[in-house]
Write a protein that binds this ligand. Structure first.
Ligand code: 3H9
Length: 694
């Protein structure tokens, strides 16, 4: 008998119980246990029907993802489910928590499904770069039709029980004691003479080819570069075009293709990295966290307002502090507008808008925030201004309150040192728009207390963010690496590449947009001011490239002025501008740079390899504890394509020696100031290792 699945009897009902914490994943032991228990129930004449139920917090949440890399042993999930579906006695799945992936596929192999009203079901394999490989793409469409199946499986979302009932995925919603309710349901089936009922026997409703073609068109842009969504469409199409067994064979073929793909390997890496990133190395697991029941945000600009919305979205009361009534009014009006737009799209109700607005309390007085548990400062990015704010916070806030700064570049230790409590000070770098972007780059100062770190990391999750913990340095992890790409892309253009060529290479690599389109969107004046500040602080580049500054000095600040690196006729679409081309050529001439044709390969290498090299330095310095912290930051904050797994994972895939070799090539061409490989990169390459072997 399996040690994860047990069989017992309650009268005529055989009870199959799965107990494989934490999420009852379908590892080899569970599959073998299910097989044996179903056989046992079938062999026992006293058993007339069976109930499949799970212990712990959830129904089966899917195949065991840990098994994928090493290969899944016998019995396979497909025959285990097949045996259930063709069993001569009715089997009822009793669902609580989340029935996901292989878990829902097992439930679909059962003849009936009952669920608690709090339960959710779904086929989220797409997020792992996979498709449901145990009949999900063949059975679900037979229940819900082509369009709904496409939306559910390509979307990969969790469907609440009520909706699942409406769609016909579950047969009944129950409350209270699930086991008792499922047994009663099975007994009623027996009393009514209702026997087994296999989804495989349902003839799918006819669906024309255009349903699939239109769906594919509708996702083409958003899912660019991903493989799984398109394979899923093919597999669902097979459910409508082929008999069940042939459809299953097609599903398996497509599943195996995905399983072998680098896209899925990258996405599976991210799945575990997203969970690992929350565990800060060196921080004791049992660190007692500070309680957060209310907060405050200082600064009601776009960033501050977005941060306040995160509190309200999570149901946490927050005070929004500004110095002037008009700024406060403007900030609150913007928040309301954002919420109302979300309501217009149907994502929240108008009642939700009011509920959330009521949680945000505007104030002009520091005195009003003296009792809150956490304050996040989001004022102008200037050290003197931030220091003033922190001195004030130090004087008014209650002892033990967490004092966080939303700085994206400034030294958190310098800020902490103006207070009498540097142990309570931390960086929380939100990304714009702060109410949308998932990343939260949390920055620990030299003296930040462990319980503050633990609290901020768990608070990040509570407000729906992925928190990554990093150390203090110029630009932290994300912007420090981005700086490398920004610098090289400007040089490349000066040397003869066009901005649109550089942008196309980055777009084709998988970024949502290229470096210059992004700069135009963010506002070229922003970078201009940063460069000015850096020059003032003596942080000058060895090779200064001035063409972008000259563009700004012409009053071209990007999209908002309808002209930047590109011109904009409709306010949105970048169009190459001959004026800019001429200006670049002139700057190159003045700097004594002969313009030349530059290959796409050179652009890719010079934009991306220095980022990876910087990542290696960041690891060596301990600013990021692990390569996965860097990958998570780049995927969630900077649009690095998920199907490439993040810069450090991608570097391992292409081989570190190739990067070192490219460095040697460019060092010959440009000198080694910017082309000196980080010692860690050189060492790992020499040993034939990758960052993930560290
Ligand atoms: C599949 O089913 C393929 C089939 O179609 C075909 C097969 C032939 N496996 O997320 P949490 C671990 S593909 C192994 O923090 P929550 C997770 O790593 C699968 N481990 O909890 C973590 O470990 P640790 C389709 C798994 O409450 C711990 O459980 N299914 C798996 O926030 C707790 O997880 C999915 O994609 C797994 N399948 O959320 C569902 N799932 O504590 C994936 C979780 O050591 N899972 N772990 O860090 C989820 O979405 C969430 O975990 C869930 C719970 C919503 C269930």
């Amino acid at each position: 008998m399996s040690n994860t699945v047990s069989f017992s009897k309650q009268g005529a009902i055989g009870l199959i119980k799965v107990n494989n914490p934490p999420v009852n994943a379908l590892n080899q032991s569970v599959r073998a246990g299910l097989k044996t228990c179903v056989e046992q129930g079938l062999a026992d004449d006293g058993v007339k029907a069976m109930v499949l139920i799970c212990e712990g917090r959830t129904f089966i949440a899917g195949a065991d993802i840990n098994e994928f890399a090493k290969g899944m042993g016998e019995p396979g999930l497909v025959p285990v489910i097949g045996n259930m579906e063709t069993a001569a006695k009715p089997i009822v799945a009793a669902i609580h928590g989340t029935a996901l992936g292989g878990g829902l596929e097992v439930a679909l192999g059962c003849h009936y499904r009952v669920a608690l009203s709090s339960a959710k079901v779904g086929l989220p394999e797409v997020h792992l770069g996979l498709l449901p490989g145990a009949g999900g793409t063949q059975r679900l469409p037979r229940l819900v039709g082509a369009q709904a199946a496409l939306e559910l499986i390509v979307g990969g979302g969790h469907v609440p029980a009520a909706k699942a009932l409406e769609l016909g995925i579950v047969d009944e919603i129950v409350d209270g004691d699930l086991e008792a309710a499922a047994i009663a349901y099975a007994e009623k089936l027996l009393a009514d003479g209702s026997g087994p009922r296999a989804i495989r026997d349902i003839a799918p409703e006819a669906a024309g080819s255009e349903v699939f073609d239109n769906f594919e068109k509708s996702i083409a842009r958003k899912q660019r570069g991903f493989l799984a969504p398109f394979h899923i469409i093919k597999s669902i199409r097979a459910a409508f075009e082929l008999p069940f067994d042939k459809g299953m064979a097609r599903e398996e073929e497509l599943f195996m293709e995905l399983m072998r793909s680098s896209e899925s390997a990258s996405q599976r890496h991210i799945f575990f990295a997203e969970r690992e990133v929350a565990k800060v190395p060196g921080l004791a697991k049992d660190t007692v966290k500070r309680e957060i029941n209310c907060g405050a945000v200082v600064g009601a600009g776009t960033m501050g307002g977005g941060i306040a919305m995160n509190f309200a979205n999570a149901g946490i009361p927050v005070k929004l502090l500004e110095m002037k009534q008009e700024f406060l009014d403007k900030g609150i009006a913007l928040i309301r507008k954002n919420y109302e737009n979300t309501a217009k799209k149907g994502r929240i109700s108008m009642a939700d808008v009011e509920k959330r607005m009521a949680l945000i309390e505007p104030t002009l007085s520091y005195d009003d925030i003296k009792d809150v548990d956490i304050v996040i400062e989001a004022v102008f990015e200037n050290m003197d201004v931030k220091k003033e704010v922190f001195k004030k916070l130090d004087s008014v806030c209650r002892s033990g309150a967490i004092l966080a700064s939303n700085t994206s570049t400034l030294d958190v230790d310098e800020i902490a040192n103006v207070t009498s409590r540097p142990q309570d000070v931390i960086g929380m770098h939100f990304f714009s728009p702060a109410n949308v972007m998932r990343l939260l780059e949390n920055v620990r100062g030299e003296l930040t207390a462990d319980d503050v770190i633990a609290t901020v990391m768990s608070f990040s999750k509570r407000i729906g963010k992925i928190g990554a913990m990093v150390g203090v340095c110029d630009g932290f992890v994300g912007n420090r690496m981005l700086h490398q790409r920004t610098r090289e892309s400007a040089y490349l253009v000066e040397e003869g590449a066009s901005p649109e060529q550089v942008d196309k290479i980055l777009f084709d690599f998988g970024f949502p947009m290229g470096a210059f389109t992004m700069a135009d969107m963010a506002g070229l004046d922003v970078g201009y001011k940063v460069r000015e500040e850096r020059r003032k602080a003596g942080k000058v580049e060895k090779r200064d490239s001035v063409w972008i500054d000259k563009i700004v000095e012409l009053g071209r600040h990007g999209q908002k002025t309808n002209a930047g690196v590109y011109k904009y006729e409709d306010g949105r679409t970048p169009i190459p501008d001959p004026i800019v081309k001429a200006l670049i050529a002139e700057c190159a001439k003045e700097a004594g740079i002969a313009q030349r044709d530059i290959s796409d390969q050179e652009i890719l290498e010079r934009c991306l390899y220095p980022m990876i090299n910087e990542g290696a330095l960041i690891l060596e310095e301990g600013i990021a504890a692990r390569p996965l912290d860097i990958d998570i930051i780049w995927i969630n904050g900077y649009g690095f394509p998920g199907y490439k797994g993040g810069p450090m994972f991608w570097a391992d895939q292409i081989g570190l020696q190739n990067i070192v070799d490219a460095y040697a090539k460019y060092a010959k061409q440009f000198g080694d100031h910017y082309w000196q490989p980080a010692p860690l990169l050189a060492k790992l390459a020499k040993e034939g290792k990758g960052f993930y072997d560290l």
